[in-house]
Design a protein around this ligand. Structure first.
Ligand SMILES: NC(=O)c1ccc[n+]([C@@H]2O[C@H](COP(=O)([O-])OP(=O)(O)OC[C@H]3O[C@@H](n4cnc5c(N)ncnc54)[C@H](OP(=O)(O)O)[C@@H]3O)[C@@H](O)[C@H]2O)c1
Length: 411
């Protein structure tokens, strides 16, 4: 029986997870692929590190040694940062290897080039693990794209931010304490800026928008904000209204242009993201036929991420012949109806004055809830220096004068 030869680039959390799962699930992979799967080489930065790895395979720091392996079939990449991963995968594709990557930073920047190059060389690029870890959102979108048009995608795409927000609410911790706990538990890096400032979620949104809308989302298209401005006081105030802060990345197409955001949003209990807690990720897709679908699951970690990469491997038997980068784009409903939205406004002690807003509710501590279009809210902020605003989705508890609460439906 022919052996499918794999080279693994990176042997950290993800690379080791892939290696161990190939060992433990070899029989199943053979059933799916019709071939025995073998890791023949591993590329790392430091060869001297102790690793639990077979002595029979090639352990190297030199990518040329990988390229020289005769009849190498697949290169699976789990290195950090854009380079050297991009250069290595380009060379692997040019050599005729299928490639599978977990590297979202690299893929958000260079995915288009890799897909086009792969098309020229009749090989495939798997990238399920770049978005939401073990949640099979890429495959789901591919399935949906055949007939449905995607109207909108939104997701809780950064588990570290979601963990911090959950801890702040449940345990009444400060942002700094919750971040410290995330670092202790290994959910956040020593330098957590990519996670808490929204960059990581933005990379994933770039990848999702390209699949769903066939367009590359750019930094300049959207405002990227993280969770660093969320205080425990704000979290508590939101809780009183029946709302939870979630860090949400979203993208939709309006008149042929992509419109998106990456920022904290207040979520009411009728929204599927309300109950997404801790390091979980979730993605909600609105298709014009199917309506709203939400997938949730582990957004990171050794085995969930390995699972996504191995599912890409399992797809190889089906897609190697018919793969083409254009199949990742779909047309969207041009006539997306927009209506006014509800917003929590903070740090404005007086009544907000603007002809296009309705002050739905004035609360304590300079906060109020208004009903307006986002463009109007942005204009209003120019008048009120220091004003912060958070979108509300999924309903909130209206606090009437008698102090009792009732649920108000929002858009
Ligand atoms: N961790 C997750 O849960 C997760 C989930 C989804 C996606 N990802 C993505 O998967 C990738 C890997 O993440 P990870 O958590 O596994 O990272 P990691 O634990 O830091 O491991 C990185 C691996 O890459 C190797 N490496 C780094 N720079 C290299 C270079 N210049 N040349 C060759 N090898 C190099 C390292 O070698 P040494 O071992 O010698 O240092 C290490 O084995 C990242 O792009 C990440 O964004 C991670």
């Amino acid at each position: 029986m022919k052996v499918l030869k794999i080279a693994l680039l990176g042997f950290g959390t993800v690379g080791e997870g892939v290696y161990r799962t190939i060992q433990s699930h070899g029989v199943r992979l053979e059933e799916v692929l019709g071939k025995k799967v073998e890791v023949v080489a591993v590329l790392v930065r430091d060869k001297e590190k102790a690793r639990n790895i077979s002595k029979d395979l090639l352990l190297t720091t030199d990518f040329d040694e990988i390229l020289n392996i005769p009849q190498l079939d697949i290169v699976m990449e789990a290195i950090v940062e854009k380079e050297p991963g991009f250069t290595y995968l380009k060379k692997a594709i040019q050599k005729g290897c299928h490639v599978i990557t977990a590297n979202k930073e690299m893929f958000a920047h260079h995915g288009k080039e890799l897909l086009e190059l792969a098309e020229q060389h009749y090989v495939s690029v798997g990238f399920e693990a770049t978005v939401a870890g073990g949640v099979p959102i890429i495959q789901t979108l591919r399935q949906l794209l055949n007939v449905n048009r995607i109207n909108k995608i939104q997701g809780i795409l950064n588990g570290t931010s979601n963990f911090i927000l959950s801890e702040m609410r449940e345990k009444k911790q400060s942002f700094a304490d919750a971040l410290h706990l995330a670092q202790e538990k290994g959910y956040a890096e020593n330098d957590p800026s990519n996670d808490v400032e929204g960059t990581d979620a933005f990379y994933k949104l770039v990848i999702l928008s390209k699949i769903a809308f066939g367009q590359q989302l750019d930094w300049s298209d959207i405002n990227v904000a993280g969770i660093t401005k969320i205080t425990s006081e704000l979290v508590e105030e939101a809780e009183e209204l029946g709302l939870r802060f979630k860090h949400i990345a979203s993208v939709e197409q309006e008149n042929g242009k992509l419109k998106g955001s990456v920022k904290p949003i207040l979520v009411g209990r009728s929204h599927p993201f309300y109950h997404i807690e801790g390091v979980e990720n979730a993605v909600n897709v609105e298709g014009d036929i199917v309506g709203s679908i939400t997938l949730q699951g582990p957004g990171a970690g050794m085995f969930p991420t390995a699972s996504a990469m191995l599912e890409d491997l399992g797809q190889l038997s089906k897609i190697s012949k018919q793969y083409d980068s254009k199949s990742f784009s779909v047309k969207t409903n041009k006539e997306t109806r927009r209506a006014a939205e509800y917003w929590l406004i903070c740090n404005v002690k007086k009544k907000l004055l603007h002809p296009a807003i309705e002050n739905v509710e004035r609360l304590k501590n300079g906060t109020s809830i208004i009903n307006a279009d986002e463009k109007v809210v942005e204009k209003v902020r120019e008048q009120y220096p220091g004003m912060e605003y958070f979108k509300i989705i999924g309903g909130y508890n209206e606090i009437n004068r008698s102090g009792s609460t009732s649920l108000t439906a929002t858009l």
